[in-house]
Design a protein around this ligand. Structure first.
Ligand SMILES: [Zn+2]
Length: 495
């Protein structure tokens, strides 16, 4: 997710005509020689005679795609004296006749000298804004409009090599890129569509309010999927920076770049491979957990996912990012997502149902439950059992709408931000002691519950984090017994 700066050096020397590109360039970069040669000639310049050496540094970084065409071509025009920009101090890079010193350029050339859009311009723009403050970014039209979403960065839009050369020579002015309009996201489905299930609705609100992961267990038709899909609509809208990061991840995965204020919702099928889930591939791409960055990852039928896939989730769940190691380098993608998982109580789904018979043997039920590992379950703060759908619920009035719940969630998140600078789900160890002050009755209840449940330290922390959120929803600074009592109910439902 970091676009690294590559310096393009060109040397024009005497000797037999030749054109070498060095610096661990792959096939695409070598092909760029042919494009650059044609583009220079077709833009009305002369292709320099003599021995040309182009160095892309740092040399140990793998480079791909044709994005180096434009800087290589400009380097050749400079080296051959066909382009003579003024000295660095004379002008800002965004004005005509500017020095190339503070310009960052990327673009593939067609044989005619026209510029072709580059992949993931948003990633380039975010990196330039962060690593090279004050630089002007020049990108092909079609890419520049997404890059211009990044605040505080000057982006110029170019259509051809000739336009960029004219700008650098002072004979023309490249236009500022006009940010592509933000597409309006379709509204999230509303919580009022879900009839009944008061316990699960409450758990969903607690999950939204504290950023907690949630496991729902219940029979088919209980509304698990409907509830999960409504979580993004209960969360605070994304800040500009978060929306930009989410859009950049989507671009890296080859999806259309779109800025949305609604947190993403990803629901991969249980047959998804480990690479599809956490990212991978020869040229690493982000997986579902990164596409869910700043949003919700929903894993329906959790026990049906492969054990390897579930194990691969553990580290990113803790770290908020995923690292994919390759021979020469490691790719890192952000993955700060909220996990919502759902499962049936048994393979057939009807165990414990009042009207339908379960066809599973005790052995099958035990094997099913054992498929999800203890360590993964330990990382899920809220566990809630859903009863079968009740016919009375269908006749009842619709429940509270998402807007009303979201208003409470935002207020609750603001409390957490002011107190500790992060959602309660991120509290660990000493922070829990610091921020979970409680009265004696609450402490007694917690100790008693942990003893009865044979809870580990991890289980205790989980209960404390959830109790903290319940107290925050209640507007209380100190945890009371009623907060702790509710929190300890959100433990793993027995199978
Ligand atoms: Zn069954």
């Amino acid at each position: 997710m970091h676009a690294h700066e590559v310096r393009v050096e060109t040397h024009l020397g005497p000797g037999l005509p030749g054109f070498n590109v060095v610096g661990l360039a792959d096939t695409e970069v070598r092909e760029s020689r042919e494009r650059v040669r044609a583009a220079i000639i077709n833009s009305g310049f002369e292709f320099p005679a003599g021995r040309i050496t182009v160095n892309l540094s740092p040399a140990d970084m793998p480079k791909e795609s044709g994005r180096f065409d434009l800087p290589i071509a400009l380097g050749l025009l400079l080296a051959s004296g066909q382009l003579a920009p003024p000295a660095a101090e004379d002008a800002k890079p965004s004005t005509p006749g500017a020095s190339l010193a503070d310009m960052v350029l990327a673009g593939e050339l067609s044989l005619t000298g026209a510029l072709v859009p580059v992949a993931a311009p948003l990633v380039i723009a975010l990196s330039v804004a962060r690593d090279a403050p004050g630089a002007t970014l020049i990108l092909p039209a079609g890419s520049a409009e997404q890059a211009a979403w990044v605040p505080g960065l000057q982006v110029l839009s170019a259509r051809s090599l000739a336009d960029v050369a004219a700008h650098a020579a002072g004979a023309g002015q490249l236009p500022n890129a006009i940010p592509r309009p933000w597409p309006e996201a379709p509204p999230a489905p509303c919580l009022s569509d879900v009839r009944g299930q008061p316990g699960a609705r409450r758990a969903l609100e607690v999950a939204a309010a504290g950023g907690h992961s949630l496991l729902m267990m219940g029979p088919p038709g209980a509304g698990k999927t409907m509830l999960a899909a409504r979580l993004p609509g209960l969360l605070p809208p994304l800040a500009r920076g978060q929306a930009l990061e989410a859009a950049a991840v989507a671009a890296m995965a080859g999806l259309p770049e779109a800025l949305a204020s609604q947190p993403p919702f990803r629901a991969p099928h249980h047959s998804a491979s480990v690479a599809a889930l956490v990212g991978g591939g020869g040229r690493p791409r982000p997986g579902e957990i990164s596409l869910a960055h700043h949003g919700v990852l929903f894993l329906d039928e959790l026990p049906e996912f492969s054990r390897r896939a579930l194990e691969a989730l553990r580290e990113p769940l803790e770290a908020g990012r995923v690292v994919i190691a390759r021979a020469l380098y490691a790719a890192q993608f952000p993955a700060r997502f909220q996990l919502v998982a759902a499962m049936n109580p048994c393979p057939c789904g009807w165990r414990g149902h009042p009207a339908r018979a379960c066809a599973c043997t005790p052995d099958q039920v035990a094997r099913y439950a054992a498929k999800i590992s203890g360590p993964l379950l330990d990382r899920i703060d809220l566990h809630v059992a859903l009863p079968p759908s009740d016919p009375d619920w269908m006749a009842a009035a619709p429940g509270e709408a998402s807007d009303a719940v979201r208003a409470r969630v935002i207020q609750c998140r603001d409390r957490q931000q002011a107190r500790q600078g992060k959602p309660n789900a991120g509290l660990a160890g000493a922070e829990l002691d610091e921020f979970c002050a409680m009265d004696d009755e609450a402490r007694g209840l917690l100790v008693q519950a942990m003893r009865r449940l044979k809870g580990s330290a991890r289980a205790m922390h989980r209960a404390l984090r959830v109790a903290r959120t319940i107290a925050d929803l209640d507007g209380q600074d100190r945890l009371a017994a009623r907060h702790v009592a509710q929190a300890v109910q959100y433990r793993r439902p027995s199978v």
